[in-house]
Design a protein around this ligand. Structure first.
Ligand SMILES: [Zn+2]
Length: 168
């Protein structure tokens, strides 16, 4: 049986490569994908017809919120987070075999409580995983992911994010 993947924003931000033709997300996710490369990944998946942006019925959102209120994570989940979970519920209700792809611990925790299969992108066993490295355009100095400035502290040039492939 084909697996229907439900992807949250972290899936795109962390470079998820769709391997199934059934990939779903919710409209609210678009606002969370701000960085250029993740956006490109998202847009091309939509263009290629392998990512379906699907809104969820209210009743599934209500059902999700009911479950979350039991877990104590209610304040830590955003609306897009809840909708991702609700979408998974909806697809399961349609008889689909679903797996949620999210690196968000709160989402994973909620899914665990609700007995919905999930996977973090790092643990998915996908062959190609992309990471990001911050590099100065001028002197090519490399920076830690958490370096807070846009400019290089050595030469003052712009820093850009470079995609690097990590093979598993
Ligand atoms: Zn520099």
């Amino acid at each position: 049986m084909e697996i229907y993947y439900v992807l949250d924003a972290s899936a795109f931000i962390n470079g998820f490569k769709p391997t199934s033709q059934y990939n779903y997300t919710v409209p609210e996710i678009t606002a969370e994908i701000k960085d250029f490369e993740s956006r490109l990944l998202y847009d091309s998946a939509v263009d290629d017809g392998i990512l379906i942006v699907q809104d969820v019925d209210r009743k599934y959102l209500d059902k999700t919120e009911e479950n979350i209120s039991k877990s104590g994570d209610v304040l830590r989940l955003s609306l897009p987070d809840k909708k991702i979970i609700a979408l998974a519920l909806m697809l399961i209700d349609e008889g689909k075999s679903v797996k949620v792809i999210s690196d968000d611990y709160t989402i994973q925790n909620t899914l665990k409580i609700m007995n919905i299969p999930y996977s973090g992108i790092i643990t998915e066993g996908i062959k190609e995983i992309y990471n990001w490295k911050k590099v100065c355009q001028g002197c090519k100095k490399e920076f830690e992911e958490n370096y807070p400035f846009d400019d290089c502290d050595v030469c003052g040039s712009k820093i850009f994010k470079k995609r690097i492939k990590v093979n598993k």
